[in-house]
Write a protein that binds this ligand. Structure first.
Ligand SMILES: Cc1cc2nc3c(=O)[nH]c(=O)nc-3n(C[C@H](O)[C@H](O)[C@H](O)COP(=O)(O)OP(=O)(O)OC[C@H]3O[C@@H](n4cnc5c(N)ncnc54)[C@H](O)[C@@H]3O)c2cc1C
Length: 187
């Protein structure tokens, strides 16, 4: 997939079938629509060319939300109903599947208290990434510095992606943060 990050929005381009792609817009501006947003991305417009539209625009609200309790009695919540991370992370579905796996184990053990604990633990990293990415979205000067640092040292970007999917240890995570900070200061 491709991610294009402009001053007012992000545009995602994702293949969804052999002859079809999905172009999605994420923005803080609730009035911004795809056609208007695309004018800031001439490269995407030229690549889309005269491609035929296969659907109308559809929209949804995205936010980060944490609930104090994700179960009570015989009712347990999973997925977005149990809290959510901003769609800027691209983590919603992954988090939901991880919660479902843990919930199945906890139901089998009859221990929903453990589900509550594990649910909280699972949300921590995506929620932190949401805060980080939203800060980058908010501050374009910071975003440009980060992108420049990634451009100069692509390993930093790879490690950032590994961090995002939880494939780095806490120590590696901290070391990458320090390297990125250093690169940004010197960029
Ligand atoms: C703009 C946007 C972009 C996103 N991008 C990504 C991404 O790139 N990658 C990713 O992993 N995640 C992404 N997400 C998050 C992802 O869509 C959600 O995390 C995921 O859909 C959650 O699944 P769910 O089943 O918990 O909830 P939902 O998908 O919201 O499903 C809940 C369903 O319940 C139905 N429903 C609601 N109330 C009732 C009722 N009273 N009776 C019957 N049915 C009801 C709803 O109609 C809906 O179909 C994005 C979200 C948004 C908003």
């Amino acid at each position: 997939m491709e991610l294009h990050w402009g001053p007012k929005c992000q545009i995602y381009v994702t293949p969804i079938a052999a002859d079809e792609i999905c172009v999605a817009l994420v923005s803080r501006d609730p009035h911004l629509r795809l056609d208007a947003a695309l004018t800031a991305f001439p490269e995407i417009i030229s690549r889309l060319g005269a491609a035929e539209r296969s659907s109308v625009d559809r929209g949804a609200i995205t936010s980060t939300r944490k609930l104090r309790h994700v179960y009570r009695g015989r009712v347990a919540l999973v997925g977005d109903a149990s809290g959510a991370v901003d769609s800027i992370t691209g983590e919603g579905l992954c988090l939901t599947f991880r919660q479902a796996e843990v919930l199945a184990e906890c139901l089998a053990d009859g221990n929903l208290k453990r589900y509550q604990e594990q649910h909280s633990r699972l949300s921590q990293r995506p929620a932190m990434m949401a805060r980080l990415l939203l800060a980058l979205d908010w501050k374009s000067s910071l975003r440009q510095r980060v992108m420049r640092a990634f451009g100069e040292d692509p390993r930093l970007f790879s490690r950032m992606v590994a961090m995002h999917v939880g494939a780095l240890s806490p120590l590696e995570f901290a070391a990458n943060g320090v390297s990125l900070g250093w690169r940004m200061l010197s960029a």
